[in-house]
Design a protein around this ligand. Structure first.
Ligand SMILES: NC(=O)c1ccc[n+]([C@@H]2O[C@H](COP(=O)([O-])OP(=O)(O)OC[C@H]3O[C@@H](n4cnc5c(N)ncnc54)[C@H](O)[C@@H]3O)[C@@H](O)[C@H]2O)c1
Length: 274
């Protein structure tokens, strides 16, 4: 007979150690790593998790950007530690994991947000340079794989964890290309990890935003494409980073305890107009 207790994963607060007197410690404080937190959506994710009392590590290829974020957070009384990482490089990811464990503590929330998006090339599949294609996959897909491999052992040890992948509606629009296909692949990575890590008490879900008003979107998406997208969004406007925060907070919370392998599309209805 199945013992219900054996299949329930009670939130583990064993690793919510106090790291400094200035830190806001609540029963739900956890160590959270956000990749690609130097700007845009990742920066807002990091700030939101810190505002909720989590001990946040903001990791990015752009070290100066995460250092600036940590300074800004400090001025607001928030707890964000800045660390450099190249998510496409296994040694760099392992160095990040070691530094986080040593300086902050075991990780229970991982947000795989880093991607090549800002200023990305728009080459069609027919002519895209294979080295560029591989570079995009190395960051957008391998990066999430490597970071999850590196931090999952902490979550397995705690029998509790949350992994959030940042995919995109580009995965649903059928346009292909290096970016769109990488975001489709990331959904596969999400589902694979959900299956493997579910029995360990770890949920793995993805957020698929539609067009969000970030610096990168303003550079990457032309006005013409943006106008076309606007007419396809039932809610009639582009998204803001704030529009994503409720979904992130839900996915890391215990309200989402029995949900894994899912993609939450936050796009103003864009993909429902197909
Ligand atoms: N902005 C949008 O409209 C939108 C829509 C859907 C999905 N997304 C996804 O959301 C995420 C963030 O979007 P954004 O608009 O903030 O993009 P962005 O380009 O401004 O931010 C990406 C961040 O990732 C970092 N990064 C790039 N390569 C890295 C690497 N190898 N290692 C570590 N960090 C690296 C960059 O330095 C940057 O800080 C991306 O995954 C993007 O694909 C964005």
């Amino acid at each position: 007979m199945l013992n219900w207790r054996s299949v329930r994963h009670v939130p583990n607060t064993r690793f919510t150690r106090s790291i400094g007197p200035e830190r806001k410690e609540t029963p739900m404080s956890r160590v959270a790593v956000v990749t690609g937190a130097g700007q845009g959506i990742g920066r807002e994710y990091a700030l939101a998790l810190a505002q909720d009392g989590h001990h946040v590590v903001a990791a990015d290829l752009n070290k100066d950007a995460v250092l600036a974020l940590a300074e800004r957070a400090k001025a607001q009384g928030l707890d964000i530690v800045a660390l450099p990482v190249d998510v496409s490089d296994k040694a760099s990811v392992e160095a990040l994991a070691a530094a986080v464990r040593r300086d902050v503590g075991p990780v229970q929330i991982l947000v795989n947000n880093a991607a090549i998006y800002h200023s990305m090339r728009q080459d069609p599949q027919l002519t895209v340079d294979i080295d560029y294609w591989r570079k995009v996959f190395a960051v957008n897909v391998d990066g999430a794989l490597l970071c999850t491999q590196a931090f999952a052992p902490d979550m397995i040890e705690a029998s509790w964890g949350r992994v959030i992948m940042q995919t995109s509606t580009a995965a649903y629009l059928g346009k292909g290309g290096h970016y769109g296909v990488s975001k489709v692949a990331l959904i596969g990575v999400t589902q694979g990890f959900a299956r493997e890590l579910g029995p360990k008490g770890i949920t793995v879900n993805a957020i698929a935003p539609g067009p969000i008003d970030t610096e990168a979107t303003r550079v990457t998406v032309t006005d013409e494409i943006m106008q076309r997208l606007m007419t396809s969004i039932p809610l009639g406007r582009m998204g803001s980073t704030d529009d994503l925060l409720g979904t992130l907070r839900f996915l890391v919370s215990d309200a989402a305890a029995w949900m894994t392998g899912q993609v939450l599309v936050v796009d103003g209805g864009l993909t429902k107009r197909l």
